[in-house]
Design a binder for this molecule. Structure first.
Ligand code: GTP
Ligand code: MG
Ligand code: ZN
Length: 303
């Protein structure tokens, strides 16, 4: 038998991919290998659990992808849906006092987190720019997310004189796979750099991208020493929710949950139906009105 072509089949997880080149961390020995995939497995993404075959010489080949428990998707340039990251437990929505936050973008990521059946938390980064840019309006909008129950962590990294918020953030990362998402330039990679500080290999990997200073071009998974995994993803200008149903949209507004049980119709859209408990809560100022207005805007796009 030709031993040169002997193959070993093993399991692993996709760390990142650059076009056709896929990096897989082997489960048994934590080695990272380069791998290629046949066309029918071309949808493989960061976070996928896979089986690969390792030849003693030559390229490793992707054999199969295990079923995903969820996948964060986004349309690419040609409007085709592309998986950003698979098998995630938590979305970390990063915003900053600069660039100015898009409240609707946060709403959409929160709806996505419900659809993915994963946790969500919000980081308001660039705390050093608070005095200069945190308008009363922005503080009010941000506070509404806290009011309805989402954790919010104030942080600073990157260009800030002082790094803050990392210890608090770390409390949310244990034994979960968390994905940093948000607009470009808010500081996702800078935060990842701080979190991964004592994990040399991983910092090196980020440094290849210019110490986190440059726009991230590919999604990448990092293992945390304390247990858990962190995925840094490229920033977005916008984030659409393809194939969103009215039911999923409602479920994405967790502040409607309790009241909606008392609406007259169990599929109430909380828009014009009689005896709508959500609108009653709104009238009683128990639900943030701005969030509700943004909900109506999204609802109008579904028809
Ligand atoms: N003043 C200030 N600047 C920061 C802070 N965090 C990050 N920055 C800077 O903001 C810029 C963008 O940071 P990145 O970490 O690359 O942002 P990103 O969200 O990863 O951007 P993309 O990869 O394009 O999505 C860099 O110049 C950082 O140094 C902060 O807390 N305060
Ligand atoms: Mg980045
Ligand atoms: Zn209702």
């Amino acid at each position: 038998m030709n031993t040169l072509n002997k193959k070993r089949v093993t399991k692993g997880q996709v760390i990142t991919r650059y076009g056709a080149e896929i990096l897989v961390e082997i489960e048994d020995n934590q080695q990272v290998v380069r791998c290629t995939a046949k066309r029918k497995l071309d949808h493989v993404a960061c976070g996928d659990f896979v089986t690969i075959s390792l030849a003693e010489h030559g390229n490793a080949q992707l054999q199969s992808i295990e079923p995903r428990h969820n996948a964060l998707m986004r349309p690419d340039y040609s409007h085709k849906l592309k998986t950003i990251a698979a098998n995630i437990d938590q979305l970390i929505i990063v915003i900053a006092w600069r660039p100015k936050p898009s409240w609707s973008l946060i709403d959409r990521y929160l709806i996505a987190s419900q659809r993915l059946n994963c946790d969500a938390l919000i980081i308001i980064n660039k705390a050093d720019l608070y005095e200069q840019y945190a308008s009363a309006e922005a503080r009010l909008r941000l506070d509404e997310f806290k009011q309805i129950g989402y954790p919010i962590i104030s942080a600073s990294a990157g260009d800030a004189d002082e790094v803050t918020g990392i210890t608090e953030l770390q409390k949310y990362l244990h034994n979960k796979t968390s994905t940093l998402v948000g607009q470009s330039g808010v500081g996702k990679s800078s935060l990842a750099n701080e979190i991964l500080k004592d994990a040399n290999i991983q910092v090196g990997a980020i440094s290849d991208n210019g110490e986190g200073r440059h726009t991230t071009t590919s999604t990448r998974l990092y293992k945390l020493n304390a247990g858990g995994k962190l995925i840094d993803s490229p920033g977005v200008r916008d984030f659409a929710l393809p194939e969103l149903t009215a039911q999923q949209l409602r479920a994405g507004y967790i502040e409607f949950n309790d009241a909606s049980l008392s609406c007259k119709f169990n599929n109430c859209s909380h828009q014009h139906e009689p005896k709508c408990a959500v609108r009653q809560q709104l009238a009683d100022n128990k639900i943030p009105s701005e969030r509700y207005q943004r909900y109506l805007k999204l609802l109008a796009t579904l028809d």
